[in-house]
Write a protein that binds this ligand. Sequence first.
Ligand SMILES: Cc1ncc(COP(=O)(O)O)c(C=O)c1O
Length: 393
Amino acid sequence: MRKIYLDHNATTPVHPEIREAIEPYLSEQFGNPSSIHWAGRDVRKEVEDARKEIASFFGCQPLEVVFTSSGTESDNLALKGVAFRKGNAGKHIVTSQVEHPAVMNSCRFLEAKGFRVTYVPVNRYGIVEPDSVRKALTPDTVLVSVMYANNETGSVMPIPEIGEIVRNAGVLMHTDAVQAAGKIPIDFAALPVDMLTFSGHKVNALKGAGGLVIRKGIELEALIHGGHQERGRRGGTENVVGIITMGKAFQLLRTGMEEEVAGIRRLRDKFEKGLFGRIPELVLNGHPTERLPNTVNISFRFVEGEAMLLNLDMMGIACSSGSACTSGSLEPSPILMAMGADPTDSQGALRFSLGLGNTEADVEYAIDAIETVVNKLRALSPLYPGAKEAKAR
Ligand SMILES: Cc1ncc(COP(=O)(O)O)c(C=O)c1O
């Protein structure tokens, strides 16, 4: 069976050049970077080189990069780390209604510990308006956390504007850039943001490695206590191989992102145009233009998203309904509900996210397959006005 992977916002395949680059670290280069002998020193250099690569990608200083196990851990570190350190100064946090569960559930945890959290709404495109953040700030706000781009819709938030408001109010600002990093340009030095989350496996590096950029001078409470790794901000022997793959991934992106993204955007646009041109009753979820170049989220009216997902899976197409972390739930996506989408339309929503390795032929095959599945399912739907015609097709 032909297999087409259109779920790059869930995770990405490891880049072939990265796969080659890690071979030595799976064999002779096995040292612990904290060891002072030759075996440790060699590996320490690789970890620090990766930190430098990542710093030059984001436009920050190497010492501002803290390695963690994932985007999830980085979000936890940003939110709880600030809350635990600054809780005496104030107990209010502002975030949005469309954050990833890593931020959402950290906020719920902090609520249980006595913090107040304001979840600001989004507009119908799933975008947080700067003014909503301004209105949510109170004298005891210690942190604002708004994602750079949404994982389900790809909608890109006006982080420079939001960050400016937050900075002028003297409050710390965190952004979860797990989906934005590697897809849209980010310049941390010029961004009024104090902390930024990234994750390796979304940029063709290995799973189990991520990081938090923490602006110099900002102090957080560590969540994992142990050795002095990461200058005391995150104990535990580093995931050397994962970190090296992230360094390489961001190095490749620093020079090649523009071209890679242009190719992916062209394919995504062709895919989107093909679907909207051939299938009636589709709704685009997310902003038409202020959106990640690889993502398209569509409600297929009169069909159920999970049914489509399973049918497409049988035809070799991998896509997603909701985020990978909420799949398995038959509830309409909370993200789409926060955007004010019709609950029935939300049930029929699918996210397609393109990436490295997708081709024109993939896109053409996927459009045909999706059209076939939609016609088949609509023919069975008593609600679809054109059910008879769809059956005859
Ligand atoms: C926006 C966003 N934040 C955080 C995460 C979590 O990252 P990780 O899978 O590295 O824990 C994801 C993963 O889907 C994400 O999309």
